[in-house]
Design a protein around this ligand. Structure first.
Ligand SMILES: O=C(O)c1ccccc1NCC(=O)[C@H](O)[C@H](O)COP(=O)(O)O
Length: 214
């Protein structure tokens, strides 16, 4: 069976970027959102990504970013995809993809089955859907809060494009999540941290090892 794709999200140090690469992550995520404890500036991301082998994808995570912010990020030359984690419409997502010429992922906040069904509106507008738990109204962040949704909601869903699963995954839960959903890509942040924004080398290693053993 092919290895699952693993995205370690919210990296901000050279040490943990190196650990994710050594552990076999296929994707690294860099969050550009001032309110996040994982926020990195474009230049910081560029420096972190410089040592990453080219076969490992670098994904910039943004929240309702305007074109000026996106240009700053894309102009670093450091990333291979943009992950839209706000309320970007299909039209705005398609415009970003067209303007910046990079694959675009759309995070879909899930609480009910209708959230998953509504993702079909992004067909043709983006390249990948990332199903994540809906954070509570008024929450500080739209992602990266270690919350999970009911994975059985994805059972039998006809998904129109490549996709991934995120939200509250951890070393202990990831295999159940994969078995329940059949996710081809998994994304983790809080589950490999010691505290919000503080990634753990040991947990990154253990998470990737656990995925290989699923
Ligand atoms: O991680 C953040 O701080 C963040 C802030 C704003 C928007 C998105 C953010 N994270 C996006 C991710 O891709 C996370 O990996 C995903 O939400 C899962 O997080 P977790 O439940 O903590 O594993």
């Amino acid at each position: 069976m092919p290895r699952l794709a693993i995205k370690i999200c919210g990296l901000s140090t050279a040490e943990t970027v190196g650990a994710a690469v050594r552990a076999g992550a296929s994707h690294l995520g860099f969050v550009h959102f001032g309110r996040s404890p994982r926020h990195v500036e474009p230049e910081q991301m560029r420096a972190l990504a410089a040592a990453v082998p080219s076969h490992v994808e670098r994904v910039a995570v943004v929240v309702d970013a305007d074109d000026a912010q996106l240009a700053q990020i894309v102009q670093t030359g450091a990333i291979t995809a943009l992950q839209l984690h706000g309320k970007e419409s299909p039209e705005r997502s398609a415009a970003i993809r067209q303007r910046f010429g990079l694959p675009v992922w759309k995070a879909i906040s899930v609480k009910t089955r209708s959230d998953i069904d509504a993702a079909a509106a992004y067909t043709g507008a983006v390249d990948r859907l990332l199903f994540d738990a809906k954070t509570p109204d008024g929450a500080a962040l739209p992602g990266g809060m270690g919350l999970r949704f009911d994975w059985t909601l994805l059972r039998g869903a006809a998904l129109p494009m490549p996709w991934g699963l995120s939200g509250g995954l951890s070393i202990d839960t990831v295999c159940t999540a994969v078995a329940t959903t059949g996710a081809p890509l998994i994304d983790v942040s809080s589950g490999v941290e010691d505290a919000p924004g503080i990634k753990s080398v040991d947990k990154i290693m253990a998470f990737c090892k656990a995925v290989d053993a699923c």
